[in-house]
Design a protein around this ligand. Structure first.
Ligand code: UGA
Length: 436
């Protein structure tokens, strides 16, 4: 089956490469000539483990190609995916749908056959209706079904998530849409991945509801962590204790500096806007957004407190280990490290940092932070070492070496990746999240 993927960013490229790996014939389309040129040279525009090898093998097998020409790329494709960005609109937090609608217009203008048009971009409820209206208004004589098929890929684990999904959600309004989508996902269906067919609006809402629920879970455990610190409990134990209840579930109960990334912050805001537009407030999500936002900067204050307070912290040096919003990505969008670095800079703290993949993206976002070649270079002469992102490279630091390099042995572990007793036994003062 021929599939066209319009938008070769994170979601489009991962999905396109995985569909090709299933045996489909996939064309990834993007307006950005330099991105397509680089893809032709097999230079990935993003860092995602395993993606370059997947692209390479499918290009070599003749199942995956790239173009900037939309009309040519969608020609003969039974399924045309829209996977372009839906950033937060400047000023009001609504999802900016201008890219999605522009693609819908182009598809309508150049479609030469029957096709299913699939929105994979995260789009607010009702967007599929508008995509359908735009395509139909082009006067196309062909049968078109507009379907919603949200993605549930985590950065850093996207290929695994795509190939072994918890579920595939398809929002279709007719049999043509359902039949073509069944064919698209047949390899996964044979693998017994559950496919959930719902109407289009339900599918669009499932995506936002899922992300908002996960953001709520994280925020809940983060507030429990604060309470744990006050009452002398251990949030890791509390997480385990509640997570073993099948109704709650163990995942996404890891306390930390707050969620970031390109999805949760944007999607929770967009959900609030939809709720507002439909006069159906989602107060829990409102609280989650507020609590998470203030938490990031509060983590900067936590470091300042650990240094002995604002008076002492001025002029001290802090080493930040990890800058990306989570490990195995180079993505800095809405990363807690940005607010933490800002809070520390405001308090007159000097900073050096190391991140395995994110330093290039981080540099313009935190100009006062010195970027270093290795964790140990960042640590040298530091009054505090702060673990901001739980990269594997920081899980087994040589603590004796760290001790010999720092000015003062203070470790602030915002991801709870160390055992407090082990670190203290090495002579460090150790602060973590939600562990008294
Ligand atoms: C998230 C969802 O997990 C995906 O299912 C979804 O498809 C994606 O958004 C999207 O909408 O495109 P992602 O943003 O890549 O994926 O990253 P997550 O692994 O979900 O982490 C998000 C943030 O939550 C990170 O800052 C992470 O550090 C934080 N987090 C996660 C916690 O603080 N605690 C946890 O227990 C889990």
């Amino acid at each position: 089956m021929k599939i066209a993927m319009v938008g070769s960013g994170y979601v489009g490229l991962v999905s396109g490469a995985c569909f090709a790996d299933f045996g489909h014939d996939v064309v990834c389309i993007d307006k950005d000539q330099s991105k397509i040129d680089r893809l032709h040279q097999e230079i990935m525009p993003i860092y995602e483990p395993g993606l370059d090898a997947l692209v390479d093998s499918n290009v070599k097998a003749g199942r995956l190609s790239f173009t900037t020409d939309l009309a040519d790329g969608i020609s003969g494709a039974q399924a045309i995916f829209i996977a372009v960005g839906t950033p937060s609109r400047r000023g009001d937090g609504h999802a900016d749908l201008s890219y999605v609608y522009a693609v819908a217009q182009e598809i309508g203008d150049s479609l030469g056959h029957d096709a299913v048009v699939v929105t994979k971009s995260t789009v607010p409820v009702g967007t599929g209706d508008e995509v359908e209206r735009i395509i139909r208004s082009s006067g196309t004589p062909h049968r078109v079904s507009v379907v919603s098929n949200p993605e549930f890929l985590r950065e850093g684990a996207a290929i695994g998530d795509f190939k072994r999904p918890d579920r595939i959600v398809i929002g279709a309004e007719d049999d043509f849409g359902r039949e073509v989508m069944s064919e698209v996902y047949r390899p996964l269906f044979l693998n017994e991945s559950p496919i959930l067919f719902v109407n289009r609006r339900s599918s669009e809402l499932i995506k936002y509801a899922a992300n908002a629920f996960l953001a709520t879970k994280i925020t809940f455990i983060n507030e429990m962590a604060d309470l744990c610190e006050k009452v002398g409990a251990d949030v890791q134990d509390v997480s385990r204790g509640i997570g073993m209840d099948g109704r709650i579930g163990a995942k996404f109960l890891h306390a930390g500096p707050g969620y970031g990334g390109s999805c949760f912050p944007k999607d929770t805001l967009a959900l609030l806007k939809t709720a507002e537009d439909y006069d159906s407030p989602t107060r829990i999500v409102e609280a989650v957004v507020k609590v998470n936002e203030s938490r990031k900067r509060a983590m900067g204050r936590k470091v300042i407190d650990a240094l002995g307070g604002a008076m002492v912290a001025r002029g001290r040096k802090v080493a930040l280990l990890g800058l990306t919003f989570k490990p195995n990505t180079d993505d800095m969008r809405d990363s807690p490290s940005i607010a933490i670095a800002q809070a520390l800079a405001d308090a007159g703290v000097q900073m050096a940092a190391y991140d395995p993949e994110g330093m290039e993206q981080a540099r313009p976002l935190m100009p006062k932070v010195e970027m270093c070649e290795s964790p140990y270079a960042a640590i040298e002469g530091a009054d505090a070492v702060v673990i901001v992102t739980e990269w594997d490279a920081f899980r087994a630091l040589d603590l004796d070496r760290v001790r010999s390099l720092v000015k003062a042995p203070l470790l602030v572990d915002l991801r709870n990746i160390y055992n407090p007793d082990d670190v203290r036994a090495k002579g460090f003062t150790y602060e973590s999240v939600g562990r008294a």
